[in-house]
Every structure is written in structure tokens, then in C-alpha cells.
Design a protein around this ligand. Structure first.
Ligand code: G1P
Ligand code: ZN
Length: 543
């Protein structure tokens, strides 16, 4: 076994964003690009010598090649052991589970999540820490700093062993355990939920459509929902992962999961619809003819979590990202548990969960999860919903209507403006930030501003401060507007405008969402001058 030390030079732009380093696949395929970043992960975390890591990805184009490179680099850097998903496949939640279950020193997950894949699509690399969660900013900052100083990387000259079969292999002194990607994850789900109740539900004729969007959740959903729980064969659609996700955009929202939406809005709609994203950590929930917004889903799951064995009487607290609607806050208040507001990105939930302060958490971007792992978890959310429906007896639409009647409804939508020039996006944010101090008390399109600030977060556990996390503007009628730039895009800038309006108990809870939000949308344009800055008169994606 020959290990090579290869001379290299720093590459600009290897700064991890909201969730790892994401770039166009062709950039990741440039000589040394992946190698520099992986070596920087090892270097910035104390070296790989004698360490154990989990390794896997969502199967997108370049996954296999990248896995081979990382295996050879881990061996050359002296790692003791890798736990690798068969064929290099692991969903993000399954990887998080393996890190925790085997007490590894961390893991490397290859994914650009919901971004399109393929040769012309996106690729990504994320480092997760020993708690199973995305590395916190102090680690990602150190990795980035290392990418700017790197001079060499280490790699085995020999090819990596095949990982098409499960079993134990070695490369040099390093052991490689190739594992079934689904098995341990399924075991964990069995521990959390009432599988008997869910199986009875299906046995009674309950129908589900789960859209795996040609992505990594296909094998997980097929095995757990169909084989184990007895959902009808064919309940999981687009179940075979493909390197370019069937040419689609594996983002589970009503815009990209059109096939599921059509089925759920059809005349013979199943009782329950769901979809997951490229790497299996996001979820979208639908009832017959009804889309459940992720913010509402988090609120409902919190309200009824006691119907699942793992959560009954065990909710320590909840957390949501700042732009997520405040529907869950109302539930937490009634349950008498704390509700934390964190910046966008799952890495901010980790400390709260490690400290036992939070059991459930979620984001408006279709991410929901719990302290069972340290990532959001798409199939987990689906199983919790099924557990609740099986034990409660009402259907999705009724449950949600009753929830709104009891708590009021937080009308909510996100408007995305994609691939706008970075300069224009920066100018818009700078102008908006410059006006914040003068906004309280002023009116925008007839709406009176009560408070306005740029969200900064002091982590309650390690006291670290994260600033400039998005502008939030509250209005006197309880509505809210949040404006921030995406940290996961790979081209230009994406402006995200989050809109929320609360209609209390006894109000009209069945309005069209965009119509209900019209006053906030008008205020958003008046305050941010999107059209003036970007030339755009409408959003590219409305969810
Ligand atoms: C987006 C979502 C965010 C999520 C992240 C990773 O980040 O908005 O909630 O945690 O993807 O899935 P953004 O592009 O907004 O920075
Ligand atoms: Zn994802």
C-alpha cells in the first residue's frame, strides 16, 4: 500500500454555507478540489489518525467517485475505521444515526440536499461532528481557514475496494465496514413509534402515496412503509434513486413535487401524501386535497407527539428557525414548554438537543426532526404523522382544521427570487438594514411596523454569537416579514422573503394563503423595493 503526499495550493471559495460546501458538480470534479476540502476537514479537526468516521451520500452524480477518493484519503491520513453505506448510499438522517450509534468521531456526508444533481447540477460535502449533527460554525470556520492555507493532501495510490456488498474490508491498516443503509435506521424508527398501530391502519385500507423524488429515501420508504408496515405495493413512487434525480429538482414542496400534488388533489386521492428530498432529511405532508405547511406540520406534531411512545410525556422543549412561523410557539405555550428561536440551519439545534433542552424542532423549509438524531429527518416526520393518525382517528384535514380552531392560524408563505446578481442582492440588504432603526412606528403599504431588527443569536449553551441572520420586521397587527439571503445556492444570490399573518381563534381560517397574506406582501415590496433592486416583479418560487 503506497500513500502519496500530493502538493496542492489553496482554492478560493471553499467556505461551507448553511449546510456544508455546495458547488456545481463540475467544480467539485476539478483536480484537487474535493481532495483539498477533505484534507482540510481532517486537518481542522485534529487529524484523521486513529479515528472512525461514517461515510455515505445521497447517490447523486459523482457520489461513487467521491466516496472512492475519501476512502483513499482517510486511509492515507491514518484513520482506523470507516463505516460506509453499501454502494456509498446513506440518507443524511441514517448517517447521523450511525455516527451516534457507533460513537464515531464524525462523518462525511456527500449531498447538495434538495439542489438538482447530475453532471450539470450541484454536489456537496458536509462534515458532521461526533454528536451526529452538522459541524457548528467554529468547526466550519476552522475548515475554511485551513482550505486557505493547505499545501499538501494525502491519498492512497491504490484504488479503493468495492463497496457493492456489505461486509468488512481493509485498505492498508484501515478497516472498512460496508453496511446496509436502511437496517439501523429502521431499528431506530421501531423504537420511536407504534409500528403495530401504523400497520393496523394500513391493514384497514388506509392509503398513502410517498414520493421519493428519485432520491435517496426510495429504498428506506419502500422497505419501512411497504415491506414492514404493509402499505400497498406501489405506495412509494419514484422509488429508485437516480444520479440526476430523474432530471428533477428533489425539493419536496408544492412547486417541485407536482406529481404528488396532482395525485393528492385528484378524485381518488389516497388518505395521506408525503415527499422527501435528495438526501432524505426534508418532508412534505399532504392530506386529501390539502397541503400542510411545514410550519403548521411542526405545530401539529408538537401538539400530538404524546401519541407516539418515544415522545409521550417527554417533550422538554421545541425549537424553530427564526423565519419559521410562530404556530409552534402557541402550542409550546399551551403545553408549558419552552420554545427556542434559532438562526436558519440545522446546526443551531444541536447544542440545545445535546443539552436536553429541546425534543422537537423544525424549519419552514420542510425540515422537521427530534433529538433521536442530530439532523432533520424526512421519513421520521412521515412516521410520526402516521403514528398520530393511527392513534387519533381523525384525518389530516380534520386534524388541521381543529388545530386552527383551537390555536388560530398562522398564514405563511415564502417567496424566493433566484439567481439574482450578488451585487443587487447585497445592495437590497444593505439598504434595508440601513432603514431598520427608523422603521418602528412608520407605515408601509398601510401596515404599521412595531419592531425591526437584524436577527442575532446568542447560543444559550456555548454563548457563541451569530449575527446578521436576516432582517425581521413585525407589524402592529401581529404579522411578520423576514428577509434574508440563502446560504445554500451555487449560482448568484437567492433572496428569501418570508411572510406571516396570524388570524386568531374564531377568524376565517380557510382563506387562500396568498390572498390572506396580500397586505404583508405589499408591505414587503414597499420596504425592500425588490423590483427596484432586482428588476423582478414576481418571485420565481412561491411555497
Ligand atoms: C435552506 C433552508 C434552511 C435549511 C437549509 C439546508 O437554507 O432555508 O432552512 O436548513 O436549506 O437544508 P438557505 O438556502 O435558506 O440558507
Ligand atoms: Zn436535504
Amino acid at each position: 500500500m503506497t500513500f502519496l503526499t500530493v502538493q496542492t495550493a489553496p482554492i478560493e471559495g471553499q467556505k461551507p454555507g448553511t449546510s456544508g460546501l455546495r458547488k456545481k458538480t463540475q467544480i467539485f470534479r476539478e483536480p484537487g478540489y474535493l481532495e483539498n476540502f477533505v484534507q482540510s476537514i481532517f486537518d481542522a479537526t485534529g487529524g484523521a489518525a486513529s479515528r472512525t468516521y461514517v461515510l455515505g451520500g445521497d447517490g447523486r452524480f459523482f457520489n461513487s467517485e467521491a466516496i472512492g477518493v475519501i476512502i483513499r484519503m482517510a486511509a492515507a491520513n491514518g484513520a482506523a475505521r470507516l463505516i460506509v453505506g453499501q454502494n456509498g448510499i446513506l440518507s443524511t438522517p441514517a448517517a447521523s444515526n450511525l455516527i451516534r450509534k457507533h460513537g464515531t468521531d464524525g462523518g462525511i456526508i456527500l449531498s447538495a440536499s434538495h439542489n438538482p444533481g447530475g453532471e450539470a447540477g450541484d454536489f456537496g460535502v458536509k462534515f458532521n461532528a461526533a454528536n451526529g449533527g452538522p459541524a457548528p460554525e467554529k468547526i466550519t470556520d476552522a475548515i475554511h481557514a485551513r482550505t486557505l492555507a493547505i499545501t499538501t493532501y494525502r491519498i492512497a495510490e491504490d484504488a479503493a475496494p468495492g463497496i457493492g456488498e456489505t461486509g468488512r474490508f481493509t485498505i492498508g491498516d484501515m478497516q472498512i465496514d460496508v453496511v446496509d443503509p436502511v437496517a439501523d435506521y429502521e431499528t431506530l424508527m421501531r423504537e420511536l413509534f407504534d409500528f403495530d398501530a401504523i400497520a393496523n391502519l394500513f391493514a384497514g385500507g388506509f392509503r398513502i402515496c410517498f414520493d421519493a423524488m428519485h432520491a435517496v429515501t426510495g429504498p428506506y420508504a419502500t422497505r419501512i412503509l411497504e415491506s414492514t408496515l404493509g402499505a400497498a405495493e406501489g405506495s412509494v413512487i419514484n422509488a429508485v434513486p437516480s444520479p440526476d434525480f430523474g432530471g428533477g429538482h428533489p425539493d419536496p414542496n408544492p412547486v417541485w413535487a407536482r406529481e404528488l400534488v396532482a395525485i393528492m388533489n385528484g378524485s381518488d386521492a389516497p388518505d395521506f401524501g408525503a415527499a422527501s428530498d435528495g438526501d432524505g432529511d426534508r418532508n412534505m405532508i399532504m392530506g386529501k386535497g390539502a397541503f400542510v405547511s411545514p410550519s403548521d406540520s411542526l405545530a401539529l406534531l408538537t401538539a400530538y407527539a404524546n401519541l407516539a411512545p418515544a415522545y409521550c410525556g417527554r417533550l422538554a422543549g421545541v425549537a424553530r428557525s427564526m423565519p419559521t412561523s410562530r404556530a409552534v410557539d402557541l402550542v409550546a405555550e399551551r403545553l408549558g414548554i419552552p420554545c427556542y428561536e434559532t438562526p436558519t440551519g440545522w446546526k443551531f439545534f444541536g447544542n440545545l438537543m445535546d443539552a436536553g433542552k429541546v425534543t422537537l424542532c423544525g424549519e419552514e423549509s420542510a425540515g422537521t426532526g427530534s433529538s433521536h438524531i442530530r439532523e432533520k429527518d424526512g421519513l421520521w416526520a412521515v412516521l410520526l404523522w402516521l403514528n398520530i393518525l393511527a392513534r387519533d382517528g381523525r384525518d389530516v384535514v380534520q386534524l388541521r382544521a381543529d388545530h386552527w380552531r383551537s390555536f388560530g392560524r398562522n398564514y405563511y408563505s415564502r417567496h424566493d427570487y433566484e439567481e439574482i446578481p450578488v451585487d443587487a442582492a447585497d445592495a437590497l440588504m444593505t439598504a434595508l438594514r440601513g432603514r431598520l432603526a427608523n422603521l418602528p412606528g412608520s407605515k408601509a403599504a398601510g401596515m404599521e411596523v412595531s419592531t425591526a431588527d437584524d436577527f442575532a443569536y446568542r447560543d444559550p449553551i456555548d454563548q457563541s454569537l451569530t449575527g446578521a441572520q436576516g432582517v425581521r420586521i413585525a407589524f402592529t397587527d401581529g404579522s411578520r416579514l423576514v428577509v434574508r439571503l440563502s446560504g445554500t445556492g451555487t449560482q448568484g444570490a437567492t433572496l428569501r422573503v418570508y411572510l406571516e399573518r396570524y388570524v386568531g381563534r374564531g377568524g376565517d381560517h380557510e382563506q387562500d394563503v396568498q390572498a390572506a397574506l396580500a397586505p404583508v406582501i405589499a408591505a414587503a415590496e414597499a420596504l425592500t423595493e425588490i423590483t427596484k433592486h432586482t428588476g423582478r416583479s414576481s418571485a420565481d418560487v412561491i411555497t
